[in-house]
Write a protein that binds this ligand. Sequence first.
Ligand SMILES: Cc1cc2nc3c(=O)[nH]c(=O)nc-3n(C[C@H](O)[C@H](O)[C@H](O)COP(=O)(O)OP(=O)(O)OC[C@H]3O[C@@H](n4cnc5c(N)ncnc54)[C@H](O)[C@@H]3O)c2cc1C
Length: 285
Amino acid sequence: MESIEYFRPSTLDEALYFLKENGDRSRIIAGGTDLMISLREEKLNCDFLVDITHLDELKGISVRDAYIDIGPLTTHSELSESEIIKRDAPILAKAALSVGGVQIRNIGTVGGNIVNGSPAADTLPPIVVLEGVLTVKSATKTEEIGIENFYEAPYKPIIKNDEILTNIRIKKIENGERFLFEKLARRVSLAISRMSLAIVLKANEEKMIEKIKIACGSVTPTPVRIRSVENLLMGKIITEDLADKASILLGEEMVKTTGIRWSTAYKKPVIGNMLKRALFELIGF
Ligand SMILES: Cc1cc2nc3c(=O)[nH]c(=O)nc-3n(C[C@H](O)[C@H](O)[C@H](O)COP(=O)(O)OP(=O)(O)OC[C@H]3O[C@@H](n4cnc5c(N)ncnc54)[C@H](O)[C@@H]3O)c2cc1C
């Protein structure tokens, strides 16, 4: 059994100073829903657990102009129930509501979901299409990093061990923008991988796409917009034929970034069909 000391700082500065001195021997714990699994498997390899759950500086949701600031300690339940998120970023409220069961949503945080960096993490595709910018602090500096640049590989965020994610800024859904988050739940009996799709788009009365942002869960290794598909659709009128082309291209993009896997035969057509159905739903066929 690993022996780990528990440290509970009472301010963000205290936490950052502790990490400056001991970051290479520490792990931050928020809700612990991911971390406790590593602890149980004795994979933590650290001397200190730094519990940030009491730091008020990392809590709360607020709106300023076209942006929403979300404290990383916001739980999935708080996200899905927040009046601000439900009104101005409902795509994220829906994703948060789809995380695990109610117990997990009550303690798992959006910051932990981001830093853990699973390709299947449910809040990531919506945060990508809402152009999320993450604030990361150490004792000596503050940096802002676009969510698409926050990972070098699955489960490998670029955050350093003396840094804390302190804020998540997303864009509000604008007037006239349509949006969708869909998650294909894992069916245990069939052991099928699950995928998710997040889209924000604007179309005119002729069903011509004027703006589109697409991101998927469990399709790309790290959360990124699927720009080849966006470019195919931009400025075009959505027809059945175009939706078919976009759905094939999305499947091909998945294979290009992840290679052929045991799940590809299933996932490639399914993610394409999810996109096609989403386009029809959003454009109103
Ligand atoms: C049964 C079960 C079901 C689940 N279902 C889903 C699901 O359907 N969808 C989904 O997306 N996830 C799911 N999860 C995963 C998990 O609940 C989420 O990833 C959760 O959001 C992690 O947040 P946390 O606060 O528990 O993070 P923790 O476990 O405390 O931390 C996770 C990682 O983030 C780091 N960290 C946390 N906060 C910060 C911060 N502010 N700054 C720097 N580093 C930080 C920690 O050091 C650790 O490396 C499930 C987990 C379980 C156990």
